[in-house]
Ligand binder design. Structure first.
Ligand code: G4P
Length: 579
């Protein structure tokens, strides 16, 4: 997967932006988009809400419904998934703050939806890793960190819930460094935790911000801003132990922590670390302000191919030698689809493709080319601007870093598709599918609903909700045989089952199949037949994916490992395949 990571870091930040820069360059450089990754319950909903509150996008905390609830139990999740109107579950939240246009891209926290998260991270320029200060790194933090790393995103760390007894901040930094191999550069350092959490030291200015607890939901008051080495600080803290600890920590950090270097953030060598409490508002605004300065604007993105005679501003990127990238300053428009969603608005049975703008300027009514459809031209007239649950017809220009919603009634767009203008074909690196780990036979017991079943399933497959596998050569899409669905986690099946029911009126049954892993055999059917003839694939089920490529389902990890040991060269097994 690493080889497919499409973002070349640190290229855009070197672009000049002065009075003479074009509107496009200026607009791109004031975009800051971020995706928050966290283990469920670490406080992602709360932090998102507070970022919106301090960013001036909402007036009062509580305006965003508790999404945390949805992950606690499957049934809750289903219920909320059905009432998809709540603003925070809608992909993108955009607002203006301090002259920057900020976009928060929502990512599901549950591991079963890691693939969805991965696609969203494909559209992000920065990731914020949120950690519960009492728990430290949790399984989903680890998994999502890996995913963000694959995308080569700069990672900011916010350690939350310091208003509760927490692990020591040094312990948390040690854990991050040891497990993730990324150096921590603390920016906001906490003074105490739990009831003794008094404030934070901003290491960039050596100023201590002391807070007072406000009412829940209200913007917290900063009681005082005092120099670290001042007598007033000692007096106001009124806790000699905490004061001594703070001075000692500050000294240790000055000696041991790496400098806050933008290039090192961009390359993922260091993560700026912030401590605070989203619920009590401690440190949230300081984090937001720092993020505006340290977060990356839209970066150059790798393309698969650019056709002959690349334009002057296509250049070799920083990822691997020979990787060609498109700069956000490239004059022609380009963007890619990172998410599809049907029935976003249940009143209008719509299908929407979310496109991340990567270069150029997008104006409503623009005529674009569709890279996968060999440059087929399309006029994009019905384009929506999306923020929260509001969708309005787009009536202004969009720039690199923005996300636009394109109506996709005929299913013209698939995840990973590139659209562009100009004579140079642009095709951004594809977004790979994750290797499925659970499999189920999907049966529609009522033949009279076949049409709704086929349509619903097709739309959910387009969205990437699950993958479909079938017997080799069964090209009728499962009209006769029940399709086999493959997913990363079982919750994905439940979402499909529930959405088929609520959005298409079809009650399907799902019967889990006893397979533990899937691998694509890139060598093709000839190789699979040979391995079968050699007796190497006993107990392995051979199916094909939507594109007719062989996929092998293994009953156990043990069987997978034995086939890997015997037939790697012959079959060229891969855990994923790119469409
Ligand atoms: P998630 O989206 O990552 O799943 O987390 P969410 O924001 O829903 O937060 C999970 C729980 O943690 C919530 O409590 C929330 O209030 C709490 N929380 C978030 N930030 C902080 C913080 O800084 N300090 C403390 N002490 N708690 C925090 P809950 O009891 O599950 O829900 P609620 O009744 O408070 O809404």
């Amino acid at each position: 997967l690493a080889a497919l990571a499409p973002v070349a870091r640190g290229v855009a930040s070197s672009s000049p932006v002065g009075a003479g820069a074009s509107t496009q360059a200026r607009e791109a450089l004031r975009r800051r988009n971020l995706a928050i990754i966290s283990h469920p319950d670490a406080g992602k909903t709360t932090l998102t809400e507070k970022l919106l509150l301090y960013g001036g996008a909402i007036n009062q905390a509580g305006a965003v419904k508790a999404k945390g609830e949805q992950r606690r139990a499957t049934s809750d999740f289903m219920e909320l998934e059905q009432q998809r109107g709540i603003s925070i579950s809608s992909t993108v939240l955009a607002y203006e703050y301090q002259g920057y246009k900020t976009l928060i891209l929502d990512t599901p926290g549950h591991q079963d939806f890691s693939e969805d998260t991965y696609r969203t991270l494909a559209a992000a320029d920065n990731a914020v890793m949120l950690i519960d200060g009492a728990k430290g790194l949790e399984p989903q933090t680890r998994k999502l960190f890996e995913v963000a790393r694959l995308r080569r995103l700069p990672i900011f760390t916010f350690v939350n819930k310091l208003d509760r007894p927490s692990l020591s901040p040094l312990q948390i930094c040690d854990q991050i460094e040891a497990e993730f191999g990324i150096r921590c550069c603390p920016v906001l350092w906490p003074i105490g935790s739990g009831d003794r959490f008094k404030g934070v030291l901003d290491r960039r200015t050596s100023v201590v911000h002391l807070f007072a607890r406000g009412a829940r939901g209200a913007i917290a008051e900063t009681v005082a801003e005092l120099p670290l080495n001042s007598a007033e600080l000692r007096e106001m803290l009124n806790d000699d132990e905490l004061h001594a600890q703070l001075l000692e920590d500050a000294e240790i950090l000055d000696e041991l922590a790496p400098p806050l270097d933008l290039a090192a953030i961009a390359s993922g060598d260091i993560t700026p670390v912030f401590f605070g409490s989203a619920m009590s508002n401690f440190g949230v605004q300081l984090f937001l302000n720092a993020f505006m300065q340290l977060g990356l604007p839209p970066a150059a993105r790798a393309v698969e191919d650019g056709g002959a005679g690349a334009a002057a501003d296509f250049e070799n990127g920083a990822i691997e030698a020979g990787t060609r990238v498109v700069q956000p300053t490239h004059a022609e428009f380009s963007g890619f689809v990172f998410k599809l969603q049907a029935n976003l608005d249940p009143r209008h049975r719509d299908r929407m493709a979310f496109v991340r703008v990567c270069s150029g300027t997008f104006e409503p009514g623009l005529r674009v080319k569709h890279s996968r459809l060999k440059g087929k031209e399309l006029t994009l007239s019905q384009v929506q601007s999306i923020s929260g649950n509001e969708r309005t017809t787009l009536d202004e220009a969009c720039y690199p870093g923005d996300v636009i919603g394109i109506n996709n009634p005929a299913g013209t767009f698939a995840i990973g598709d590139t659209i562009y203008t100009g004579s140079e074909r642009i095709s951004y690196s594809k977004i790979p599918s994750f290797s499925p780990e659970v499999f189920a036979l999907c049966t529609n017991p009522s033949p009279s609903k076949y049409k709704q079943f086929a349509k619903g399933l097709e739309q959910l497959l387009d969205e990437g909700a699950v993958q479909r596998l079938r017997e080799r050569g069964d090209m009728d899409g499962g009209a006769g045989a029940a399709p086999i669905l493959a997913a990363v986690g079982p919750l994905q099946f439940e979402v499909v089952q529930s959405r088929l029911q609520s959005e298409y009126g079809v009650d399907v049954t799902l019967e889990r199949l006893p397979f533990a892993a899937a691998r694509w055999a890139l060598a093709g059917w000839g190789a699979v037949e040979q391995a079968t003839a050699d007796g190497k694939l006993l107990g392995v089920r051979k199916l094909e994916d939507t594109w007719g490529r062989p996929v092998l389902l293994f009953p156990s990890e043990w069987k997978l490992n034995s086939v890997l040991a015997d037939c790697t060269t012959l079959l060229q097994l891969r855990p994923y395949a790119v469409a």
